[in-house]
Write a protein that binds this ligand. Structure first.
Ligand code: DGL
Length: 272
């Protein structure tokens, strides 16, 4: 019996890092993964168009899935669209925003890196987090142009080029007066997919902060508080993955979803 239906949403496969943590936290929940892969990468979208896109896709997903909660497993989407989603739909939303507060608290050197998509780096929301929680730190905020795509390619079987990774992450590693970056926020859910490669590309060892466990705990709290009428709800089954593209555009990603337990693909066929 299901103890709640959780919709996990990202532009692509990055939300799988959150799905893993949600499964750990809520082993009996009924998870449905949805990716707006037709519009990937979100990091390159203009803000107003992206908000409209996310609201349109979410309307369709809520009709299809009837979730008890929706986890926006995407920083680029959460930092721009969470407020609109909450105004528009009754479903409780859990968002994902860059883990700047814990990073600032954990840094001993006072130099913190934030790796995120170019979209997340532009957001007022992100700058507000820095002002509120890391004003006492030097924050190296960097929009990595290709990191999310490199992570997707890895899951599709294309090994990451470590020299390219080195260039993508270099701006968050700085040193001054004998101190250097010691904590780096993974501000895009795709990036924890590359932890092994990041360890090979980093100029020195740092602590990476993956927000997934904290999001999963928040999801458990919100789900626990939501009225659950979950057991009797119909399709789709809990191992479904809903993709916004047509099937032929997503074929190469299906094995990676299946490996993470999402075996049944549904294609919504929405244009980008
Ligand atoms: N996974 C998304 C995030 O957390 C971003 C990937 C994209 O650019 O679409 O920000």
């Amino acid at each position: 019996m299901s103890t709640g239906r959780v919709l996990l949403f990202d532009s692509g496969m990055g939300g799988l890092t959150v799905a893993r943590a949600v499964r750990h936290e809520l082993p009996f929940a009924h998870l449905v993964y949805a990716a707006d892969n037709a519009a990937f990468p979100y990091g390159a979208w203009e803000e107003a168009a992206l908000v409209d896109r996310i609201v349109m896709v979410m309307r369709r997903l809520i009709e299809e899935v009837q979730p008890d909660i929706a986890v926006i497993a995407c920083n680029t989407a959460s930092t721009i669209a969470l407020a609109r989603l909450r105004e528009t739909f009754k479903v409780p939303f859990v968002g994902t925003v860059p883990a700047i507060k814990p990073a600032a608290a954990q840094s001993k050197s006072g130099i913190v890196g934030v790796l995120a998509t170019p979209g997340t780096v532009r957001r007022e929301y992100t700058h507000g987090l820095i002002q509120s929680f890391a004003a006492h730190c030097t924050v190296n905020l960097h929009g990595a142009p290709r990191l999310a795509e490199i992570a997707e390619l890895k899951l599709k079987g294309v090994a990451a080029d470590i020299d390219e990774l080195r260039a993508e992450i270099a701006p968050v590693f700085t040193q001054a007066e004998g101190k250097r970056t010691d904590v780096v926020v993974l501000g895009c859910t795709h990036y924890p997919l590359l932890v092994d490669e990041l360890a090979r590309a980093e100029p020195w060892v740092v602590r990476y902060i993956d927000p997934a466990p904290a999001i999963a705990r928040r999801g458990a709290d919100v789900l626990g508080g939501a009225a659950l009428a979950a057991a009797a709800k119909p399709v789709p089954p809990h191992n479904a993955v809903l993709l916004t593209s047509a099937r032929q555009e997503a074929e190469d990603a299906l094995p990676a979803y299946a490996k993470m337990g999402f075996h049944l693909p549904y294609f919504l066929g929405l244009p980008a």
